[in-house]
Write a new protein. Structure first.
Length: 132
């Protein structure tokens, strides 16, 4: 029987989302965009997606990793690059969580705090309004 616990994969995705937020905060504060840490994090996202696909027995989940890779290696720059990457990661993370709930997989649950903010919304807010 396959392991039905996806929390470690979710943590990898959340860490990547956090690095996206940090990059957007730095960009919003006037620093040049440093793509290197985010591009390096794509490997962790791909590994997490492969692990989820294996545990769920659904190789179609790898399309989300491919979308993240495509967004990360796109030639556009700055705000558009960050937004496209945030949207790709968010789409994949949401799809994995939805499928996991249907399949009775163990996933991270919010513990009474505020709900997780949608990465594209956070990135857009930071880029438009600056860091909080």
């Amino acid at each position: 029987m396959k392991n039905k616990d996806l929390r470690s994969e979710q943590i990898a995705l959340l860490r990547f989302e956090k690095s996206l937020k940090s990059a957007a905060e730095a960009k919003a504060s006037g620093k040049p965009l440093d793509k290197a840490p985010l591009i390096a994090g794509v490997a962790a996202v791909t590994a997490a997606a492969a692990s989820v696909a294996d545990k769920m027995g659904d190789a179609s989940l790898m399309q989300y990793a491919a979308e993240v890779e495509s967004a990360a290696f796109a030639t556009n720059d700055g705000n558009a690059w960050l937004m496209n990457l945030a949207e790709a990661v968010s789409k994949g993370h949401n799809a994995i969580e939805a499928l996991a709930q249907k399949g009775a997989f163990v996933i991270l649950q919010a513990g009474g705090g505020t709900p997780k903010e949608d990465p594209p919304s956070v990135i857009a807010s930071l880029l438009l309004n600056g860091p909080f």
